[in-house]
Design a protein around this ligand. Structure first.
Ligand code: KPL
Length: 300
């Protein structure tokens, strides 16, 4: 089996490593000529550091404009780049191509599944922690669990070659998994930007913790109305637990904001607000949060 990976960030490289360990032929699809040249400069190899040492692999790379067909595509771009990235390789997909979307946020996955309904499409959500310290190098922050599930009728079981991946579970309700992840990200990511703190700051800073509780309560209410199940304990408890467990992490949104990059605000908080709105529900807490982040110049 061969897998092309679109999105050579920390998680993309982490999954390249996992797939290579299972004997899958992995190729990167790099954004443009400049990124390809940067990759060639580091010897066309990826490095993954973990507690058990360094995995180093020579991995071929192509550009989206190349012609060779793609049997399996793993998309690990930022959520707001995914649709365009997929379009850029559309001419390389065949009716048998498999697509795995490992993206943050909620809504993009379903839109892609809708517009490519003839293909086998899966969505995945992971709690793996990985940080990119240089291009094409990633450092594992912790082992996590990945859940994967079908988004289209022709996606049966696992994608080819994924059956034996470590810490991977097949979910029969991936939509619920994605919604739960959205709920957690809505409670944590924008608040870390607002208070400019590590995830753990949301547990220890009284003002941040109070806002987290308000956001969580609003999401609980909307989820209840939409009949979208959350967790056994309250969302506030679960979000505080995740913030504590990942206490020294800088959330992905805060990393993007610090680097003055576009953030996933639109696919996280705005996605939540839009879904609630389309059901006729107001979201005063999330909307106010959005206004405060806009005022800070957070890009989305
Ligand atoms: O998913 C995350 C992110 O940073 O995007 C959390 C759960 C907040 C961990 O940092």
């Amino acid at each position: 089996m061969s897998c092309h990976i679109l999105g050579a960030g920390a998680i993309g490289l982490r999954f390249a490593d996992k797939l290579l360990q299972q004997g899958v032929d992995v190729s990167l699809v790099l954004r443009d000529q400049a990124q390809l040249e940067a990759y060639q400069k580091v010897g066309s190899r990826i490095q993954v550091f973990s507690h058990s040492g360094l995995d180093e692999w020579s991995v071929p790379a192509t550009l989206p404009t190349d012609a060779d067909p793609i049997a399996q595509l793993l998309v690990t771009t930022k959520a707001f780049e995914a649709e365009e990235a997929l379009t850029s390789v559309a001419h390389r997909l065949t009716p048998d191509s498999e697509i795995v979307l490992l993206l943050n946020g909620y809504g993009v996955q379903q839109r892609i599944a809708h517009s490519h309904s003839q293909l086998a499409i899966w969505a995945a959500s992971t709690t793996e922690g990985a940080n990119r310290n240089q291009s094409f190098t990633t450092r594992l922050a912790g082992e996590g669990l990945t859940q994967i599930g079908a988004l289209s009728d022709s996606a049966n079981g696992y994608p080819s070659g994924w059956e034996n991946l470590n810490n991977l579970n097949l979910s029969s309700s991936i939509d619920e998994v994605l919604w739960r992840k959205l709920a957690i990200n809505c409670c944590i990511n924008p608040l870390t930007v607002l208070f400019d703190c590590q995830n753990g700051g949301l547990v220890t800073l009284p003002e941040a913790r109070e806002l987290l509780l308000d956001v969580a309560e609003e999401i609980e209410q909307v989820s209840g109305y939409l009949s979208k199940p959350l967790f056994e304990q309250s969302l506030a408890e679960q979000a505080l637990y995740v913030a504590q467990q990942t206490g020294t992490n800088i959330s992905s949104m805060l990393q993007d904001h610090h680097a003055q990059r576009r953030t996933e605000m639109g696919q996280i908080t705005q996605a939540f607000i839009d879904i609630a709105k389309s059901a006729g529900l107001d979201t005063p807490v999330a909307s106010e949060l959005q206004i405060r982040l806009n005022a800070l110049g957070v890009l989305r």
